[in-house]
Design a protein around this ligand. Structure first.
Ligand SMILES: [Fe+2]
Ligand SMILES: [Fe+2]
Length: 288
């Protein structure tokens, strides 16, 4: 009874969550279409003066150290690439959620953003080993959004950290999702999925968010994408970029071997490859 009341409160919190800006929604929609090109992205940015200013600031920041200052949208977008544009739009649009301290997970301010950013970069790197055509930029966006449900669910988890860690240790709970389910009646994947529907995100991103801990349950057409984010998530946690008490309290789904030419050792190499890019990206976004 208490739990269903909690569930209603969570669903209300999702409905009251900040919305994405219209241009961010448009960018996410456009960039999830397989046949889009950079011109589509540039056209959207040009209509958004806040995003334009932000991108020019990023491209001329110390993190990129270009020889000559870049002053046009076309050149900024071409230089930064689609992933940085989408990242900047998302970060600006819902920074309040990304930066929120995850008290329910004993996570501090900015930890969710750092974890999501690391996951995004790792997922993008993992796509390089894909056995079939897969969008690296979409994997990046999926990585940024995969755990967004935690920003909402965190407020509804009370004493979950202690119960979860003890329960997983003594085998009563299979993973942290089971602990969330028991405490709040919903997992962060489900809460994120509800938020994704509220934001009207493209279907592929909705599936990434819902299934990122169990990619085998995603539809076949998006399964490889979901696996890329699943692996990116594990790599981020291995790198020490978790979100608090749930770090490494999930299972690795080895079904990824069908989609990626990747050994467990190679996953550790992804971590090393991403580390440097992560420092640069974090500095460029300057969000936390
Ligand atoms: Fe997660
Ligand atoms: Fe995660």
């Amino acid at each position: 009874m208490a739990q269903s009341k909690g569930k209603e409160d969570i669903l209300r919190a999702i409905r009251e969550a900040p919305l994405l800006s219209p241009n961010t929604s448009l960018l996410l929609q456009k960039t999830s279409e397989p046949d889009h090109d950079l011109q589509d992205v540039i056209r959207i940015v040009k209509f958004d003066s806040v995003l334009t200013a932000r991108l020019l600031r990023i491209v001329n920041s110390a993190a990129f150290s270009t020889v000559h200052p870049i002053t046009s949208v076309d050149r900024a977008v071409a230089y930064l690439g689609e992933k940085m544009v989408v990242g900047a739009a998302l970060a600006d649009s819902v920074s309040r959620l990304f930066l929120k301290p995850l008290s329910g997970y004993e996570g501090g301010r900015g930890e969710l953003w750092r974890h999501d950013l690391f996951t995004a970069l790792a997922a993008r790197e993992i796509v390089r080993t894909s056995r079939s055509a897969l969008s690296a930029d979409l994997a990046f966006t999926g990585g940024l959004l995969h755990d967004i449900g935690k920003a909402i669910l965190s407020d509804f988890l009370h004493d979950t950290s202690r119960v979860a860690v003890a329960g997983i240790e003594n085998g009563e709970l299979v993973d942290y999702l089971a602990a969330e389910q028991e405490s709040a009646g919903l997992t962060h994947a489900e809460v994120g999925h509800e938020l994704a529907k509220h934001w009207k995100l493209p279907a592929s991103l909705q599936e990434v968010i819902l299934h990122h801990h169990h990619p085998g349950q995603a539809g076949e057409s998006v399964r490889a994408l979901v696996y890329a984010v699943h692996l990116g998530d594990i790599v981020a946690m291995m790198a020490g970029c978790g979100t608090g008490s749930d770090t490494m309290q999930y299972h690795l789904d080895v079904g990824y071997e069908r989609y990626f030419d990747l050994t467990p050792d190679a996953l550790a190499l992804v971590l090393v490859a991403v580390q440097e890019e992560f420092v640069k990206a974090e500095e460029a976004f300057a969000l936390a």
